[in-house]
Design a protein around this ligand. Structure first.
Ligand SMILES: Cc1cc2nc3c(=O)[nH]c(=O)nc-3n(C[C@H](O)[C@H](O)[C@H](O)COP(=O)(O)OP(=O)(O)OC[C@H]3O[C@@H](n4cnc5c(N)ncnc54)[C@H](O)[C@@H]3O)c2cc1C
Length: 831
């Protein structure tokens, strides 16, 4: 049958080819041109090949003369574009004039934000043709032996010292022995170089430490995170004078000084660059001496560690009205270090952030006078404060908050999988119901994404990158995903998640989710303004070059550079349009990509959406110009597409670095599929809301020529994930490696795992008791111990099996039970 069909098809094709040869040649011509654009041939090579093809096509091809005439005109233009002096005069120079009028003004703070950090995998995604060899060859995240020892030693000890309910409910603080241990063991010195007595941990190691601490107590993780993120130590290491480093760093490393960093004030939150606190250069008396210094007036709030800080890092705007420093009057944002007991400082009161009682409070300063050498980096760094903060944030945002959110998520994934197996309703573990299964799948898949993102990105930082845009992506998405996971885990636990007490391992994480969302750049702002706003200019292969060329002081070389960037950009945009349409039509099946099997398909789909994203970005920037900055919802959606592609790449890289274990594949598939589906939906919403309907229709034709064909993960895949979460498995272990799981001291994470392991042996016995005993009417007792006893005496269970069931039941009841309190006890805690 098949050979006959093939013969008929071949015969038809042959007859068509002979009779319709003109159309066949037309088809070949079009495909060849598209292929050249798809493969990004350089302009000259494209022009020469196009010339040859066009000659052949004109001679033999079908189609109307007008169409062929247009193609010859296009060829003429192509040859002209190859003559650079001509194209500069006819195209680039006039366009540059118009471009300069469209170019949005950029403040110094905006420029400094743009220039901070490096462009890494984010830049590849903007090309529409990411080079996977760069990502896969990047050094995997690794712990040095001493870092592993710190994680296995002091980190475990500290976790064991902290009872989170005691901290959050009774003390509203960490216990004194935990404070001492934190200081003694160098938890505040993870970023301080060894020469000053610090631990000098790598960024992946820091992230792992914070993930572990957060899995035990968010209060603990927040306390440790702050001195190791943007603040006095970090600023001193990078910008401090030698004298400042020698004076402060050893004391910070030993915990003799407690730092805080004060930027936020009542009037200035998200718009931190508009700082209203002031410093005036003037003469004054300091420790009995008349010196040149600063008179500071400030009011700060929300400052972590402020109530107990001994040294305050302060950001303020510096003015020099009498030009005592010999420069500008308005010097700009500056950072200084003030000892706590400096006269004029009011400090010590506490805020109470969502029942997560890490030390946080306001600081005020009235006419505080300090000498000039309090400026971090000395007078040379006066006015450079914003650049310092932004540069350090470009790394810092990858670490503390993503690690804390991941710590909460691994706790949720680890406990929810186990709890959903041991908690029975309607005669089944609740995790076996389809509705619950899909929620557990979301917890596991999302946690995998979060962990992959923080692991691979911190590994890249250890490899020398300072990825500013990925830092914003992680800050926003990992904390949002953490909130989603916290919600889901609470739902699966039902009332067990709601009743506060020592046995509740979820609720404080759930309560704390908005903190990570708000700090270090609140999330709505990060999504709307930073990810795409910074990414589009910083990571785009041509936009920054065009802007710099347009603003070039030397007109002649400015035009020259602009011309190169402009024509590179044009070729790039055309190629991305072609790539996007071709890959959408073919489901990207023919795109070369690493790997094999299902992983390969995800690499290919990322390529497809990367081309679509790059094309949409170009159309949006070209048609909306500076207005795109105001259309926050549009740029937020483009930022989401970029983020989902970035996160999917992190998932694939993590899987690759793990040695591609086949048992993890369902999680990897779920993660990639849900991220790519979300990328597709955000592109769709972007097109729906694009202000120019004609351009939107054109983009839709190029991006979705077959409609939205990409699907979210199936229920069947979700069920596989739920099974992985509810079974002791290598996948669970790998994902939750940084959770504090030691069963000592009644740690619920450890006890749940023990119960889960027991459940595997006990479930067949329970089934026998139910099916052969209760259902047949041989076992009639109403209570569980009675049923077990009857089954034992009937010979359905051996003595050992009966004891096993009783032990298991007791364990489970301990884990399922919640706390209750004497009313006086609750009153006392809240009195
Ligand atoms: C627990 C905690 C600890 C903190 N620790 C410190 C610390 O140690 N040191 C320190 O200096 N600060 C600290 N902060 C301050 C923190 O960085 C700020 O809260 C944060 O910058 C947001 O400022 P805001 O709260 O005033 O919100 P607002 O600036 O009032 O913003 C309100 C909302 O508007 C959104 N928004 C604002 N502008 C835009 C825009 N252009 N586009 C879209 N959305 C926008 C924001 O995303 C946010 O959702 C801490 C805050 C908290 C809650």
């Amino acid at each position: 049958m098949l050979p006959a069909v093939l013969l008929v098809l071949f015969g038809t094709a042959l007859v068509f080819a002979v009779t319709q040869i003109g159309w066949l040649i037309t088809l070949i011509f079009v495909v060849a041109v598209l292929l050249m654009a798809y493969q990004r041939l350089p302009l000259l090579a494209f022009t020469v090949t196009f010339t040859t093809l066009l000659v052949g096509y004109t001679w033999f091809g079908a189609a109307a003369g007008v169409w062929k005439g247009l193609l010859w005109l296009m060829l003429l233009a192509l040859w002209l574009f190859n003559v650079r002096p001509l194209r500069k005069a006819l195209v680039s120079r006039p366009f540059l004039k118009a471009y300069l009028r469209m170019l949005p003004t950029m403040s110094t703070t905006e420029r400094e934000a743009l220039e901070a950090g490096t462009v890494w995998w984010d830049g590849e995604l903007f090309t529409g043709k990411p080079d996977w060899s760069k990502l896969l060859a990047a050094r995997p995240a690794q712990l040095a032996p001493e870092e592993q020892a710190f994680l296995d030693g002091p980190c475990q000890v500290l976790c064991a010292m902290v009872d989170d309910f005691d901290v959050t409910h009774r003390r509203a603080d960490l216990p004194p022995e935990a404070w001492d241990y934190i200081k003694r063991e160098g938890f505040f010195a993870m970023i301080i170089p060894k020469q000053y007595g610090g631990l000098a941990l790598g960024r992946y190691a820091q992230s792992s430490v914070l993930t572990r601490l957060a899995s035990r107590s968010i209060t603990l993780a927040s306390t440790v995170a702050v001195p190791n993120s943007l603040g006095p130590a970090e600023l001193l290491v990078h910008y401090g004078t030698d004298e400042q480093k020698n004076r402060y760093l050893p004391r910070l490393a030993r915990g003799e000084e407690i730092p805080c960093f004060a930027l936020t004030s009542p009037t200035v939150g998200s718009d931190a660059a508009s700082i209203s606190d002031t410093g005036i250069v003037c003469r004054g008396t300091y420790e009995g001496q008349d010196v040149l210094g600063l008179k500071l007036n400030f009011s700060k709030r929300y400052i972590t560690l402020a109530p107990i800080a001994t040294v305050v890092g302060l950001a303020f705007r510096l003015f020099d009205p009498d030009r005592l420093l010999g420069g500008e009057v308005d010097i700009g944002i500056t950072c200084a270090l003030l000892p706590r007991d400096t006269p004029g400082i009011t400090i010590g009161r506490r805020h109470f952030p969502l029942n997560i009682p890490f030390q946080n409070g306001p600081i005020q300063g009235h006419d505080v006078f300090v000498p000039l050498d309090c400026i971090i980096g000395g007078t040379a760094m006066a006015g450079k404060g914003w650049r310092m903060l932004i540069e350090q944030l470009s790394v810092g945002r990858c670490i503390s908050l993503p690690a804390s959110a991941t710590g909460g998520a691994v706790t949720a994934a680890w406990t929810t999988g186990a709890y959903a197996r041991i908690r029975r309703q309607f005669g089944l573990p609740v995790g076996r119901f389809e509705g619950v299964e899909q929620v557990i799948a979301r917890i596991l898949g999302t946690t995998y994404i979060m962990d992959a993102a923080r692991t691979v990105t911190t590994g890249a930082i250890d490899g020398g990158e300072k990825p500013a845009v990925p830092a914003a992506i992680l800050k926003y998405h990992v904390t949002e995903m953490g909130r989603q996971v916290a919600n889901d885990a609470m739902d699966v636990h039902g009332g067990k998640g709601i009743m506060l007490g020592p046995r509740n391992y979820l609720a404080r994480g759930y309560q704390s989710a908005p903190i990570g969302i708000t700090v270090e750049g609140a999330n709505i702002l990060t999504r709307s303004l930073i990810i795409f706003g910074q990414g589009a200019i910083r990571c785009h292969p041509f936009v920054l070059k065009e802007m710099e060329a347009a603003r070039h002081a030397d007109r002649r070389s400015g035009v020259d550079q602009f011309d190169r960037a402009l024509f590179g950009h044009l070729g790039f945009a055309i190629s991305n349009a072609v790539r996007s349409a071709v890959m959408a039509l073919t489901f990207a099946r023919f795109e070369s990509a690493p790997g094999s099997g299902p992983e390969k398909r995800y690499y290919q789909h990322i390529e497809r959406f990367s081309a679509s994203f790059a094309f949409a970005t170009d159309v949006a920037m070209l048609s909306l110009g500076g207005y795109l900055k105001k259309k926050e919802s549009l740029s937020a959606r483009l930022g989401d597409v970029l983020s989902y592609l970035y996160l999917a790449s992190m998932v694939l890289k993590r899987h690759h670095d793990n040695g591609a274990p086949p048992e993890d594949l369902p999680v990897v598939e779920w993660a990639c599929r849900s991220l790519l589906y979300r990328a597709q939906e955000q592109l769709h919403d972007f097109l729906r809301n694009f202000p120019n309907p004609l351009l939107a229709a054109f983009m839709r034709l190029v991006i979705f020529p077959r409609g939205r064909t990409y699907f979210a993960p199936s229920d069947r895949l979700g069920a596989q994930l739920a099974e992985l979460a509810m079974t002791p498995s290598a996948t669970r272990e790998r994902l939750c490696r940084d959770a504090y799981r030691n069963p000592q001291g009644g740690n619920p994470l450890g006890l749940l795992e023990e119960a889960l392991r027991m459940s595997i042996d006990v479930e067949p016995l329970e089934r026998r008791l139910r099916v052969e005993g209760v259902k047949t009417g041989r076992v009639t007792a109403l209570d569980f111990p009675g049923q077990v006893e009857q089954a034992r005496s009937l010979g359905l269970l051996t003595d050992t099996q009966a004891q096993q069931l009783i032990d298991y039941d007791q364990r489970i009841m301990h884990l399922i039970n919640v706390d209750d309190f004497d009313p006086q006890e609750l009153k006392a805690a809240h009195g």
